[in-house]
Design a protein around this ligand. Structure first.
Ligand SMILES: Nc1nc2c(ncn2[C@@H]2O[C@H](COP(=O)(O)OP(=O)(O)O)[C@@H](O)[C@H]2O)c(=O)[nH]1
Ligand SMILES: [Mg+2]
Length: 243
């Protein structure tokens, strides 16, 4: 089951891509609307109505931010009985086709618990990121790697799939102390659960995406980079200081 957090996405949602995805055997989507003030809910209800129960909508009512919406959705998805649970940005900056590739990794490598999209700008791939966000992203990933004591290339890609097993159960139970960089907090919780960064690193797979594009209409503002750095310090203090 894949969780799709949505906030004022009425105009950006690639409806036909979601419909096509739902025709695949076993495909399940859980949209989480977060108090959108546009027509997001109507658009999502339209997708769910034609899905024969394979797409559902969770409505949070008041806007609580992406972290909280993903947390609620992932908690439900991990408890749903599905073998895998993941989350995926609604703008489909990462195409839905990659979900099948991520699941192939989980099927082929039983020791892996999580597969995360990684935006590595290699020749022969189409990873199109604004230069500024690319460089800020590199600074941020370096800071996150130091805090986590684990070399992660890209913590912030909004395309992640988890195996529903005891090691990942509970990762989304408690509210996050970070706003945008809750992904780093998920890594920190997993490290705490397994006992060390090296044990966690052995069970995480970063998947270099073939295609990724910066979709216009992002809700992340330049000042959020500073919030992200503050939250990295919070995460260090809460999870990693005594680890
Ligand atoms: N539920 C919820 N989702 C949000 C919120 N803000 C952003 N999102 C979702 O987070 C995902 C990524 O947002 P986006 O603005 O594209 O960020 P960017 O790709 O990192 O620039 C999309 O699915 C958004 O709808 C929010 O306040 N609540
Ligand atoms: Mg985006």
């Amino acid at each position: 089951m894949i969780v799709v957090p949505c906030y004022n996405e009425g105009r950006r949602l690639p409806v036909s891509d979601f419909r096509r995805f739902l025709e695949r055997p076993g495909a399940e989507l859980l949209f989480v609307d977060d108090g959108s003030t546009d027509n997001t809910v109507e658009v999502l209800r339209g997708i769910c109505a034609g899905s024969e129960g394979r797409a559902t909508l969770l409505e949070c009512g008041k806007n609580g931010g992406k972290a909280e919406a993903v947390r609620r959705g992932m908690r439900a998805a991990l408890l749903s009985g599905a073998a895998y649970a993941g989350y995926w940005d609604a703008d489909l900056a990462t195409p839905l086709d990659d979900i099948a590739e991520f699941l192939n990794v989980l099927d082929a490598r039983p020791e892996i618990d999580m597969v995360f999209g990684s935006r590595v700008k290699l020749l022969g791939r189409k990873v199109e990121r604004h230069a500024m966000r690319h460089y800020l992203g590199r600074v941020f990933a370096t800071a996150a790697s130091l805090v986590l004591r684990m070399a992660v290339y890209d913590t912030q890609c909004g395309a992640k799939v988890f195996r529903a097993v005891p090691a990942t159960a509970g990762l989304f139970d408690e509210p996050f102390c970070s706003r945008w960089v809750f992904d780093v907090e998920v890594f920190a919780r997993y490290i705490r659960k397994l006992g060390s960064s090296s044990a966690a690193a052995a069970r995480i797979y970063e998947f270099p995406l073939m295609v990724w594009r910066d979709v216009a209409g992002s809700k992340v503002k330049p000042a959020d980079f500073l919030v992200a750095l503050r939250d990295i310090v919070r995460i260090y203090w809460k999870y990693m200081r005594n680890a």
